[in-house]
Design a protein around this ligand. Structure first.
Ligand SMILES: Cc1cc2nc3c(=O)[nH]c(=O)nc-3n(C[C@H](O)[C@H](O)[C@H](O)COP(=O)(O)OP(=O)(O)OC[C@H]3O[C@@H](n4cnc5c(N)ncnc54)[C@H](O)[C@@H]3O)c2cc1C
Length: 225
């Protein structure tokens, strides 16, 4: 896939992210390619985490020398798990703040490794962050075609096949374990905000979808494979 930007920044470090946010705010179509650290080294592994841990060490030092300052306190012990968690919480908050800045500025963040392959041309190898195994249906699959006929009968209209992403990792597991393709068809419309707090569902589509699901069994039953 080839995409074109007014500005493409390699690395979301201190300089890169600020340039990208400003350019995007100025109306330039801007993307940042970052292979690992959202915000660069400083908030993730360098300046800020190190100062966070140094602060804990400073507190430990003061507690140990409290008597010299006129404080009487019982001897305590430092809990390194808490120290580490405090640092991790700070890093997490920093990453969230950076993501918010990307969103607010309009700069696109692409997680991957970039490499110049020609002047003004960068090839990006995307980093897979998390998620289930990918799966893609084949339109020519007889089960998908059967689903198309079922939808046509349920809705009274010839369906148009298009592609849409989803996140139902068990589908690929079904395919791997059972060795048969799965058929997924949604009856929601793209503006129905699936899974969002303001999700809605058109009742007409819901009812026609139930009828189509019944027809699907009949259509699959007719297949001679
Ligand atoms: C332990 C430690 C403590 C520090 N403390 C301080 C401090 O207190 N104050 C201070 O001012 N400085 C401090 N620094 C220095 C500071 O972290 C760096 O100066 C700063 O992070 C440099 O920013 P940068 O944008 O140049 O690089 P980076 O922050 O390293 O950002 C570069 C980014 O580009 C990404 N990248 C690189 N190549 C590619 C590619 N081909 N494709 C996609 N992404 C790519 C990297 O993953 C990285 O996220 C500290 C450094 C360390 C190690």
């Amino acid at each position: 896939m080839i995409d074109t930007y007014d500005a493409l920044v390699l690395g979301s470090g201190t300089g890169g992210k600020l340039v990208a946010w400003h350019l995007a705010e100025a109306g330039r179509r801007t993307a940042v390619v970052e292979r690992r650290w959202i915000g660069g080294a400083c908030p993730n592994i360098a300046c800020m985490p190190s100062k966070n841990e140094i602060s804990s060490a400073r507190v430990a030092h003061l507690v140990r020398h409290a008597a010299e300052f006129g404080w009487t306190i019982s001897p305590g012990a430092i809990d390194m798990a808490v120290v580490r968690q405090r640092k991790r919480d700070m890093v997490q908050a920093q990453v969230a703040a950076h993501l918010q800045n990307y969103k607010a500025s309009g700069a696109e963040l692409i997680m991957g490794s970039g490499q110049f392959v020609a002047p003004k041309t960068v090839e990006v190898t995307l980093t897979r962050m998390h998620g289930g195994k990918p799966w893609m249906a084949d339109f020519d699959n007889p089960f998908v075609q059967a689903a198309g006929r079922a939808i046509e009968r349920g809705f009274g209209k010839v369906p148009v096949f298009n592609r849409e992403g989803g996140s139902i990792p068990v589908v690929s597991t079904f395919q791997e374990e059972l060795g048969v393709p799965s058929v997924l068809f949604g009856v929601g419309l793209p503006d129905e905000n699936a899974h969002a707090p303001n999700e809605k569902l058109d009742l007409g589509n819901f009812h026609a979808g139930i009828i189509s699901a019944a027809f699907l069994y009949e259509e699959v039953g007719k297949l001679r494979l």
